[in-house]
Design a protein around this ligand. Sequence first.
Ligand SMILES: [Zn+2]
Length: 245
Amino acid sequence: MAHISPAIIMRTRDLGESDLLVTFFTPDRGQLTGIAKGARKSRKRFANCLDLFCLVNMEYEPQRKSSLFFLHSGKLVKTFCGLRTDFSSLALASYLVELTEILFPTGVVELDMFELLKNSYNSLNEGRNNEIIRIFFEARAMMLAGYGINFERCCKCGRTYTGKGRAVFQADKGGISCLGCEHESRLSPGMGADTINQFKVMQSETETKWGKLSLTGEMIEEIKPVLKLHIEYRTDRRLKTAKYL
Ligand SMILES: [Zn+2]
């Protein structure tokens, strides 16, 4: 039976002479791939809605002998024109898709992840600060994937972190340690108390609530290397698109 749901277009590839293979992300079924028959010849059923990063209402149904879905039609909801206006926004949009694909492969469903992706594209569209969009997305996506950073206590001596003073990130533990247990270094980047507090806000919010974030340039510079190490360690790979950011 056909199913209609919101979807964000993640990837498309030409198939044969007139079909299109489309990977899209949905709230209720996560990442799916389907065939849009004749989409490149007749634009009627998919009027302008299979472009990358578009938000559409997709009508699709499973095929009997294949894991690929059959795409019936799509209605464009939002194109997010603003994220296509410059290379850095476009590169960031690609990176967000790639991180989503790695953290939520086919079969892994997370309703809040769809909202996060959609809200991040909205923020890009509105021309908000790309660096903040990126770190907010990374912190929140890792949390949703089950890789939230533990700021509760030192991962080495177990001492409770009371929210005062600097602490050091430990990628292999997915947590922090006190300065008594570990020195700050490139592989153990330090963060101030205010930075850690903002990090916790980013991890806990279910949607982009910019009003609750008060990130200074200094905090952003502390958060960036932590997220980089954290994502590299947990995904065990360097993201292809990250180098274009
Ligand atoms: Zn300690």
